[in-house]
Design a protein around this ligand. Structure first.
Ligand code: NAD
Ligand code: 6OD
Length: 493
């Protein structure tokens, strides 16, 4: 049966200085598909975190700290090779933790893990050195050039929705730049991160360069890491409120932070759009991974001439999404990550009704008559009828739900899209090249997709504006966060 480990709950341990370590209490990870226990996870204590940070620091003083970019790039390629060798194990782990469809894990999550390492191997090996020639006060010349150095020990804290993808998106550039990392995966998704530790060891990554601590946020591994004086920088993906808490924790140590946070992303469908593509694309952008992607569109604004047709087609297709077990190839949706998250999303469905929304499809929970009734499923839901000030249209829900509303003018579309505290991503459907380019300028978002969604080139800047983040990662932007640049100025006269 899909979704849980065949031989019952397996014990997952922390990984410190190249060894799996036990100790401390454990917590149980349950299957989102059935609610049954799948893993017993050893929670890192404060002293485990101390050991992990010390191991990372020691690794920086060893051979790792003396490697050049090309050698490190070679290590990253070996990690990618090993990830590909362990592909099936990683798929199984990701499906067990999240309940996502095996088809998605095979085509998105796990391949992106390997791709992250290959991309940053290439990026670091080919990055140019910044240099300027300067005229000196005596009319001579000076040469300035910037030397990249590792920041040091980097804490990597990530969420549960795309566990391996999001973890490796940060670990790959951090290692490419010569840092050592202590990673804390979400308490909801400990399995693929544990396999990544095995991958690191098999790929010959020196001991202590990659350390893993399991646990929670406040008063657990997450907070121990962010307050740790031995941590030099924190890279975090998760909720905006958690980003605020981490920023407060990091303030005393004046640690560098990179934050990829929440979103309340808008889709804009203009009347001239290819409507088939807009409906199909919006199905992906609202319902991929059960709506649990920070880039998902939870608000779609549709130009009035096509509003009725677009909305009817979207609601019909959302109502037809196939549930299935994760191993069924036809499965098109998935459970939410946990009963707590399900309660939050169902609360949002209730709030939408209380605010006066019309529920076009969904709005509740499915029943299966089998073990999935113990899981965390909700129905894919399409809402309409609410104004821009409704909480449903302002607060991130992070589930398979979208609100659809009409607009008349291009200016109005941008005003509606920009009307939240978030600014992560926006998706625009139009055949008008002028609108396509203006949208990039007018939308308050770190990423604007036109006639597509979640099409990624790992060299491009990725991040959010407003409450959706601080900084950009991707390509040279990642290198800049994960390196210290020392400018060397040589007077040549
Ligand atoms: P979360 O903020 O609750 O948790 C994320 C991670 O932070 C987990 O590992 C958690 O244990 C840890 N954590 C929680 N409190 C902490 C604290 N006080 N100190 C240190 N660590 C702490 O987020 P989540 O519920 O796991 O993930 C969903 C959220 O992530 C959504 O808001 C989503 O939009 C956001 N997200 C953003 C992006 C992006 O790229 N912008 C990508 C994926 C998810
Ligand atoms: O594609 C990426 O690099 C990325 N960071 C995706 C984030 C998805 C959010 O859930």
């Amino acid at each position: 049966m899909a979704g849980h480990a065949p031989d019952g709950p397996r014990r997952l341990r922390n990984f410190v200085g190249g060894e799996f370590v036990d100790g401390g209490s454990t917590f149980t990870k349950v299957s989102p598909v059935t609610g049954e226990p799948v893993f017993e996870v050893v929670e890192a204590t404060r002293s485990t975190v101390d050991d992990a940070v010390a191991a990372a620091r020691a690794a920086l003083r060893g051979p790792w700290g003396r490697m050049g970019e090309r050698e490190r790039a070679e290590v990253l390629r070996r990690v990618a090779d090993e990830l590909e060798r362990r592909f099936d194990d990683l798929v199984t782990a990701e499906v067990a933790d999240t309940g996502k469809s095996i088809a998605q894990a095979r085509t998105l999550d796990i391949p992106r893990g390997a791709a992250n390492f290959r991309a940053f191997a290439e990026i670091v090996a080919t990055a140019p050195t910044e240099s300027f020639t300067t005229v000196t006060p005596t009319g001579g010349r000076a040469l300035n050039y910037a030397v990249r150095k590792p920041v040091g020990v980097v804490a990597v804290i990530v969420p549960w929705n795309l566990p391996l993808l999001l973890l490796t998106w940060k670990v790959a550039p951090a290692l490419a730049c010569g840092n050592a990392v202590v990673v804390k995966p979400s308490e909801e998704t400990p399995a693929s991160a544990t396999l990544l530790a095995e991958v690191m060891a098999a790929a010959g990554v020196p001991d202590g360069v990659f350390n893993l601590v399991h646990g929670f946020g406040p008063d657990s591994a997450g907070e121990f890491l962010t307050r740790h004086p031995g941590v030099d920088a924190i890279t975090f993906t998760g909720e905006s409120a958690t980003g605020g808490a981490i920023m407060r924790a990091a303030a005393d140590g004046v640690k560098a932070v990179s934050f990829e946070l929440g979103g309340k992303n808008a889709g804009l469908v203009f009347a001239d759009a290819d409507l088939d593509a807009a409906v199909a694309g919006s199905m992906r952008s609202s319902f991929t991974n059960g709506g649990q992607v920070c880039l998902c569109t939870e608000r779609i604004y549709v130009q009035r001439p096509v509003f009725d047709e677009f909305t009817a087609r979207l609601a019909k297709r959302a109502g037809e999404l196939a549930y299935g077990w994760p191993t069924d190839e036809a499965t098109a949706t998935m459970p939410l990550i946990s009963p707590q998250h399900r309660a939050k999303v169902l609360g949002a469905y209730e709030l939408a009704r209380a605010e006066g929304a019309e529920v076009l499809t969904g709005g509740g929970t499915p029943t299966f008559g089998d073990a999935r009734d113990g899981g965390s499923y909700v129905q894919p839901t399409v809402l309409t009828g609410l104004g821009p000030d409704a909480r449903t249209n302002r607060e991130e829900i992070f589930g398979p739900v979208v609100h659809v509303a009409p607009f008349d003018t291009e200016d109005e579309a941008y005003a509606l899209a920009n009307g939240t505290e978030y600014g992560l991503a926006a998706t625009v459907w139009t055949r008008d090249v002028g609108v396509a380019h203006r949208a990039g300028v007018r939308l308050d978002a770190g990423i604007v997709w036109v006639n597509t969604w979640f099409l990624r080139d790992l060299r491009t800047p990725f991040g959010g504006v407003k409450a959706s983040g601080i900084g950009r990662e991707g390509g040279v932007h990642s290198l800049n966060f994960y390196s210290e640049l020392t400018n060397v100025c040589v007077d040549l006269s």
